[in-house]
Design a protein around this ligand. Structure first.
Ligand SMILES: C[S@@+](CC[C@H](N)C(=O)[O-])C[C@H]1O[C@@H](n2cnc3c(N)ncnc32)[C@H](O)[C@@H]1O
Length: 302
């Protein structure tokens, strides 16, 4: 296994990580001055982030084989430095061979999760469970079920999903929520994500779980734009800003009894989000909170 270390700056972490995945990394890790155990990077303030441009960060990609990778990285980084308006750092590359098995080590952190009615397991777990089981690939897409926002969605699906429901999983990531819905008896799930890597991983996970192709559709889309269909349940684990935008269009895809479950709301913005949904004629049915995160369930007001 080889590790390629790239020196960069805080605001460039996501882009460098994504380039490393694109050139074939099987894993990516980030070393930076302040540690992820103290800061939740999902919602790091952009202004604060821009102030940290001087901090040195090392983003590492792990590769089984590095033939041609260095050249590809140099090309990608050259393009990036032409187009980036902020300081992207030195982009020094350091290559070293690592003795430990990164994938095996990482597997320790993605473990089975039993939510009550459904179990979510990593793809390498072949154990048999006495309840519906969803298998997931360990990949770059968000959604192993370990994050609070995903966990709250799974719990909400367990209590609110009706049998034979038609569901939309908006911002599907790994496809975890739609797969859970199917395992709990949904009749059909539309999976959509703006990111093509996520839709590919979702398709992989649907195949992994041997889901019949008549039960789903996977598409690349911004929210449910251009979709005129009505869903019994729409679930969207996004960010507060994107969910606020979604309030404008989600109603078009709801009928009188549809439920809209929105998660990924940082607590600081919960009141703002509720106020926007109220102004757009949604009825708040329930709110769940875990640590700094909230989930809301809405119905359409007629
Ligand atoms: C927090 S992840 C959630 C993944 C998974 N549904 C879960 O609950 O673990 C958010 C996902 O939404 C996608 N996304 C962000 N904005 C979007 C948009 N406007 N339309 C569709 N998908 C979007 C991202 O690419 C990402 O995969």
């Amino acid at each position: 296994m080889y590790q390629i270390k790239v020196s960069t700056t805080q605001p460039t972490i996501d882009i460098v990580s994504s380039i490393l995945w694109d050139v074939g990394a099987c894993g990516v890790s980030i070393d930076q001055p302040f540690d992820s155990s103290e800061v939740d990077y999902d919602y790091l303030d952009q202004k604060l982030l821009m102030q940290c441009t001087k901090c040195d960060v090392v983003v590492s990609g792990f590769f089984e084989c590095i033939k041609g990778v260095q050249q590809n990285l140099i090309c990608e980084f050259a393009k990036l430095s032409e187009n980036c308006i902020w300081d992207i750092g030195t982009f020094d590359l350091e290559i070293c061979e690592v003795k430990y098995n990164w994938i095996e080590d990482f597997k320790k952190y993605f473990v089975d999760a039993d939510y009550g009615k459904v179990v979510v397991v990593p793809e390498w777990n072949d154990s048999k469970f006495d309840k519906p089981t969803v298998k997931l690939q360990l990949a770059a897409a968000f959604g192993t079920g370990q994050h609070q926002t995903t966990r709250m969605c799974i719990e909400a699906l367990q209590s609110h999903l009706g049998q034979k429901s038609v569901v939309a999983d908006v911002g599907c990531g790994s496809g975890i929520l739609g797969l859970v819905a199917l395992s709990l008896g949904a009749k059909f799930v539309k999976f959509c994500d703006i990111d093509t890597q996520s839709t590919s991983v979702t398709q992989y996970n649907l195949n992994l779980n041997q889901v019949d192709t008549s039960l789903y559709q996977v598409c690349s889309s911004n929210l449910l734009h251009d979709d005129k269909k009505k869903y019994d349940l729409i679930i969207a684990n996004l960010t507060a800003s994107t969910l606020i935008q979604f309030a404008d269009s989600a109603k078009e895809n709801m009928h009188a009894h549809s439920q809209l479950i929105v998660s990924g709301i940082i607590l600081d913005r919960l009141d703002e989000l509720k106020a926007v949904y109220k102004s757009k004629m949604y009825n708040l049915i329930d709110t769940k909170i875990a640590d700094d995160w909230a989930l809301c369930i809405f119905k359409k007001d007629f």
